[in-house]
Design a protein around this ligand. Structure first.
Ligand SMILES: C[S@@+](CC[C@H](N)C(=O)[O-])C[C@H]1O[C@@H](n2cnc3c(N)ncnc32)[C@H](O)[C@@H]1O
Length: 222
């Protein structure tokens, strides 16, 4: 069982798998055991609000594509994306919390899906096993990553020419948005656009699906 602790400092320290993590965002980054967090992630109300089917359909995934589900959680997007890319495609269900990986594997097994591969990443590097990723999805994840800009720099090393990165996240321009009382958790689409431009990805599609979240595709142009 993972435990958080404080040692003569105000900086929280958290055990994640094998490692002691020091981070101001550690309450979000694995501070809760995956099994406990899974209950929140899978709550009926949350799943309804996510519009998973509609989001996956809007991604326009093609059979045979390699997709990275960054911060996949319990895999609620990994499985429908795997079904969409079909048996010639692959979904890398990536997580920084090892406790989620068996949950995703069990879900894939129960659904008879064989093209999902779980991947344990690091906080600052997704550590994907391939460098030909066609689509990377951050769904409700980017605001949890402490060093977002450098994480995106690390991610692009795994992305194929012409590939897409897709971000669905809370838009802190919206008054009263989720996490609005946690300044370190706030991001805007304008910030993300600048980080993406820095690594050669341009906005290619803006989906208008949510009032409080932005849903934007960035395509590699370099
Ligand atoms: C709110 S959950 C979203 C899970 C899933 N994408 C969904 O929408 O159901 C955020 C997830 O991001 C993961 N996460 C946090 N920091 C991460 C990092 N640096 N790299 C990869 N995943 C991370 C957490 O472990 C957690 O499962």
């Amino acid at each position: 069982m993972r435990r958080s602790m404080r040692v003569q400092s105000l900086t929280p320290l958290v055990m994640v798998g094998c490692c002691l993590i020091t981070s101001p965002l550690s309450a979000q980054l694995g501070g809760r055991p995956a099994n406990e967090w899974a209950i929140t992630l899978e709550s009926g109300q949350r799943l309804e609000r996510l519009q998973i089917e509609e989001v996956v359909a809007a991604l326009g995934l093609r059979p045979g594509e390699v997709v990275a589900d960054i911060g996949a959680g319990t895999g609620v997007f990994s499985i429908p994306m795997a079904l969409t890319v079909g048996p010639t495609g692959l979904v890398l269900a990536q997580e920084v919390d090892a406790g989620f990986l068996p949950i995703i594997e069990e879900r894939a097994g129960a659904e008879g899906v064989t093209n999902v591969e779980t991947v344990l990443g690091a906080f600052e590097d997704p550590r994907l096993p391939r460098r030909d990723v066609d689509v990377a999805l951050f769904h409700d994840v980017l605001h949890h990553i402490q060093e977002r800009e450098s994480y995106i720099h690390a991610l692009v090393e795994y992305m194929a020419p012409g590939s897409r990165i897709i971000v669905v996240d809370y838009d802190s321009n919206v008054p009263g948005v989720s996490h609005s009382d946690e300044p370190e958790m706030l991001i805007t689409p304008q910030q993300v656009e600048a980080w993406m431009a820095d690594v050669g990805f341009e906005v290619s599609k803006v989906h208008q699906m949510f009032e409080d979240k932005f849903f934007v595709e960035y395509t590699r142009v370099d």
